[in-house]
Design a protein. Structure first.
Lengths: 221, 293
């Protein structure tokens, strides 16, 4: 049985009107900005299911833009997000889209900043909680409550063992580990969600593991 | 340490020789690897936001809500002019819950409790009761911990979203949480806390989620106030020693089963109930035309 926390029930502290359609949407936008790692300059926002049907009542559109601007779900400037986006030069487009057999409150965000661009798909699963289920085309499952290590590597024997060994040496406990690949022997993605923050030195050591192409950490969001 | 049912929570109280508030705080501290003091501080922040949302909602003109406007302000004005019935506890509970829910509909800051759609119930009943009892903030924080404990055992055994269980899972659970908190604040026993929670949820069984035009406004805002009143009624009955007969855990089980039996049209899809009335459909059409991008 899932363990329910006290502040899962009393909270979140948020700007209304809906924890799933407003607060969760702010967090999805903020997750995209945090993962991008810089200010968002352009965003393509595709709304799926209930998000597409009811965004205008729950201000899901406003909430997503607020998150892209870096606001948290309790930020009282959320209602003015579209005006603030115009003032800060954030360009965005909205469209309805069918993302397939996913949670009804889902969105695809393609965001671009000075440091590059990312695409993520995420769902607002209730009470302000979110789940990022796709990142740059790879299947993931991230809720933003853990530190995350991501590696892009070649699908080969021993890579995962080496990467997790580095985490072990640094005393970092892995809470969840997920590995996916596009095809055997091609590019693969490792996602380790950890109880402890991941120091730069550990990232540097992971980078030196043979067959690892790229490494990065994600902050909580 | 785990809390997944009212029975388990009451057993923990007996085992640890602690009251409900202490056990819930210890559970929360254990679960997030923090201290009881830090848990209480976080609850103090929630209390401050609840009070601020009452203040904002009672003066809000409602220019950001879509269908309704200024329900808290209307009620406050009527009270000032002496046009309302009942004593201070009853009137304040309605005023506070209407205000918090109006604040939510107007894109103000609130504490979801357990959800945003039901955020007015607990502050309505609990803050009104706290004024009548002249409770200290520490006592209110204890009651909020107990309220959260009732919520934790509810969510461990049943739905707390309208999409899964209908409004009984939102305003119903909120009313149970509020009733338990009020009984605790008034000095009731752990058994009376859960009797009150049980009685409050019993009065909400079968309640559907049918918001007009997919907005958290009609009937949500006024229903929050009604659920706060039910919480106070349940609290008084439990304090009088009236038994709930069916224990809280079993009432949550019944609520879950009823939620499963509800058709999708009555679970937050705005396809049935009030949303499907001629007025509901007309308003939905008007709102869509006015606000869609």
């Amino acid at each position: 049985m899932a363990q329910i926390g006290l502040f899962d029930i009393v909270g979140p502290i948020m700007v209304g009107p809906s924890s799933s359609h407003t607060a969760g949407a702010v967090r999805l936008g903020l997750a995209a900005r945090r993962i991008l790692g810089s200010e968002v300059q352009r965003a393509q926002i595709e709304l799926h299911g209930s998000f597409a049907a009811t965004y205008w009542g729950h201000r899901t559109d406003v909430a997503l833009v607020a998150g892209l601007l870096g606001m948290g779900m309790d930020d009282e400037r959320i209602p003015e997000a579209l005006e603030l986006a115009a003032a800060s030069g954030l360009e965005y487009t909205f469209a309805a889209a069918d993302l397939g057999d996913v949670h009804p409150n889902s969105v695809r965000l393609q965001v671009e900043g000075s440091a590059g661009s990312i695409t993520l798909c995420g769902s607002s699963i209730g009470g302000g909680r979110i789940n990022i289920f796709e990142l740059n085309g790879f299947e993931v499952s991230l809720d933003g409550t853990y530190s995350v290590l991501l590696t892009r590597h070649r699908d080969a024997p021993g890579v995962i063992a080496e990467v997790t060994k580095v985490l072990a040496v640094h005393g970092i406990n892995i809470a969840f580990l997920n590995v996916s690949r596009k095809a055997r022997g091609f590019e693969a993605l490792l996602v380790a969600q950890t109880d402890d923050p991941i120091p730069d030195l550990a990232v540097e050591h992971v980078r030196r593991v043979s067959q690892v192409l790229a490494v990065r950490t994600l902050p909580c969001f | 340490m785990q809390i997944t049912s009212a029975r388990e929570l009451m057993e923990l109280c007996a085992e640890r020789q602690q009251n409900l508030a202490e056990v819930v705080a210890a559970y929360a501290a254990f679960r997030s690897s923090t201290t009881v003091e830090a848990v209480r501080e976080r609850m103090r922040d929630s209390l401050a936001v609840m009070r601020a949302s009452v203040e904002r909602g009672r003066s809000d003109g409602g220019h950001l809500s879509r269908l309704i406007s200024g329900y808290g302000r209307l009620f406050a004005q009527a009270e000032q002019e002496g046009r309302l019935l009942g004593g201070p506890l009853f009137k304040k509970s309605l005023l506070y819950s209407l205000s918090v829910s109006q604040c939510n509909a107007s894109l103000g800051r609130i504490v979801a409790c357990p959800t945003a759609g039901s955020c007015g119930v607990v502050p309505g009943a609990l803050l009104a009761a706290a004024e009548e009892l002249e409770s200290s903030d520490e006592a209110i924080i204890d009651a909020l911990l107990v309220m959260g404990g009732v919520g934790v055992v509810s969510a461990s055994q049943g739905p707390i979203s309208g999409a899964e269980g209908g409004c009984q899972a939102e305003c119903g659970v909120a009313s149970a949480m509020a009733a338990g908190a009020v009984v605790y604040l008034a000095g009731g026993s752990p058994e009376q806390v859960f009797a009150a929670a049980s009685l409050a949820l019993q009065s909400h069984l079968g309640l559907v989620c049918d918001p007009v035009a997919s907005l958290v406004e009609v009937p949500c805002v006024t229903r929050n106030a009604s659920s706060a009143a039910v919480a106070l009624a349940a609290a008084n009955m439990a304090l009088a020693g009236i038994p709930c007969v069916v224990p809280y855990d079993e009432v949550v089980g019944a609520m879950k089963a009823i939620g499963r039996a509800l058709p999708e049209s009555l679970r937050e899809t705005s396809m049935g109930g009030l949303a499907a009335t001629p007025t509901g459909r007309r308003l939905a059409r008007e709102m869509r035309e006015k606000y869609r991008l």
